[in-house]
Design a protein around this ligand. Structure first.
Ligand code: FE2
Ligand code: FE2
Length: 185
């Protein structure tokens, strides 16, 4: 493995003992894009636990390794997930949205994106072996709380709506768009 590459992060339960234990999901899982998004949410829940731990103990034994993985998540993987939702999933659910839920979820994304830039700067410093900066813990814990609430809403309200409401051809189009998005990265 090149020296500058973050060690592979195995799925939860299959870790090497002390790592972040959250591998990026395989694109092959996109056969069912709604399952893929829910699996992403489960993975994000684990990552948020790691971020909380790093925020509370940035000098901890595994903080530097976790910071590198978390940095990749907030700067590379999370934007892809948000694009899947805002460009591919939400528009197909707009006809069911009578309570403004999609606007609220998009607003959450804007808020998280702004916070993620601050959190990412601290993670970058931590992953380079430096102190994360004075505001890091507060920003990271705020991001964790915000994103946990966002995930809870998406899983409780959005996922069931998508499973009930989307036609098979819409699910297939969603899968194709998400696959194409990953081929471009
Ligand atoms: Fe999501
Ligand atoms: Fe989202």
């Amino acid at each position: 493995m090149p020296a500058d590459e973050v060690p592979p992060i195995a799925p939860s339960g299959a870790g090497t003992g002390g790592g972040a234990d959250v591998a990026p999901l395989q694109a092959a899982l996109l056969d069912d894009p709604l399952d893929f998004l829910s699996a992403e949410h489960a993975r994000q829940t684990v990552l948020l636990g790691h971020l909380e731990r790093v925020a509370r103990d940035p000098q901890g034994r595994t903080a530097r390794e976790l910071a590198a993985a978390l940095l990749r998540w907030v700067t590379e993987e999370l934007p892809l997930h948000v694009a899947d939702e805002e460009r591919s999933l939400y528009p197909r659910l707009a006809r069911f949205d009578t309570e403004g839920m999609l606007a609220r979820l998009c607003e959450d994304h804007r808020r998280d994106h702004a916070l993620a830039a601050l959190v990412g700067a601290g993670l970058r410093r931590l992953s380079a072996g430096r102190a994360p900066g004075p505001g890091f813990a507060g920003e990271a814990l705020k991001f964790v709380a915000n994103h946990r609430a966002h995930l809870a809403l998406e899983e409780a309200r959005l996922a069931p709506l998508a499973r009930r409401g989307l036609m098979p051809e819409e699910v297939a189009a969603l899968a194709a768009e998400m696959s194409a998005r990953r081929r471009r990265h």
